[in-house]
Design a protein around this ligand. Structure first.
Ligand code: 13P
Length: 249
């Protein structure tokens, strides 16, 4: 019912050569029939990726976007610009943006609206820090992050959002959440959504992110409320990323 989605967030990594390699490998790759695959390269590679991925299943995503359509915002990129380059998905609220660039819930909400208005599917990232988990505040934090944004959307907008649960302590650390830990939080997110609309909650796509790799993906993706993965480090190695995609069948 929910199509699985595997997204590779390259963060500030990659190269023109890596774009070409992904294009080559995925042209002949055997993949599950029902699977969406997205690569989110740094902005300068989007145009090359659009061409290199043209004959593959790979779709393009952006790692962030500015809330405005245009204007005096030096260094920023808008949703309509991304759309011109074939971008179909955009991350909003990645923990690195929340922590390093001080994006708060309101800023995340504004970016998510900008994605929707450019007809780009937003992937809303949420997750608790280790201190918050140790203090027993995981659900409180995650549902605050989800709720701030979702409660301000119209029902038809809510139906277009994908949510990625990425515990901050699992990102880039090699310390993956156990399938049980991830499932528990993600079931809680779906249940929260069901408070708005049961049908919408049943169709909501939830991704897990945080040290997902070729070795642990299958077990995570087998959980009932995990519909895909948001992959960082392992998305920079084409064989590993392909193996993760293949385990999503
Ligand atoms: P890692 O897979 O490197 O832990 O990164 C996860 C992530 O932040 C994806 O957005």
């Amino acid at each position: 019912m929910r199509t699985p989605l595997i997204a590779g967030n390259w963060k500030m990594n990659g190269s023109a050569a890596l774009v070409e390699e992904f294009g080559r490998v995925f042209t002949d790759a055997r993949l599950p029939a029902s699977l969406d695959v997205v690569i989110l390269p740094p902005f300068p590679y989007l145009d090359a990726a659009r061409h290199a991925f043209a004959d593959t299943v790979l779709r393009l995503g952006a790692q962030t976007l500015n809330p405005l359509h245009s204007g005096a915002r030096t260094g920023e990129v808008s949703g309509n610009m991304l759309k011109e380059f074939g971008v179909a998905y955009a991350l909003v609220g990645h923990s690195e943006r929340r922590q390093l660039y001080r994006e708060d819930d309101e800023a995340v909400h504004d970016r998510l609206l900008a994605a929707l208005s450019a007809d780009i599917t937003p992937i809303l990232c949420v997750g608790e820090t280790l201190e918050e988990r140790d203090a027993g505040k995981t659900m409180e934090v995650v549902l605050r992050q989800v709720g701030y944004v979702m409660a301000r959307l119209e029902p038809d907008q809510r139906a277009r959002v994908i949510i990625a649960y990425e515990p901050v302590w699992a990102i880039g650390t090699g310390r993956t959440a156990t399938p049980r830990q991830a499932q528990e939080v993600m079931a809680g997110i779906r249940e929260y959504q069901a408070g708005f609309d049961r049908e919408l909650a049943a169709g909501l796509r939830l991704l897990y992110g945080g040290s997902m790799n070729a070795g642990n993906a299958a077990e995570l993706l087998a959980q009932p409320d995990i519909d895909g993965g948001l992959v960082g480090g392992a998305s920079l190695k084409v064989d590993d990323f392909l193996a993760i995609c293949q385990s999503a069948g």
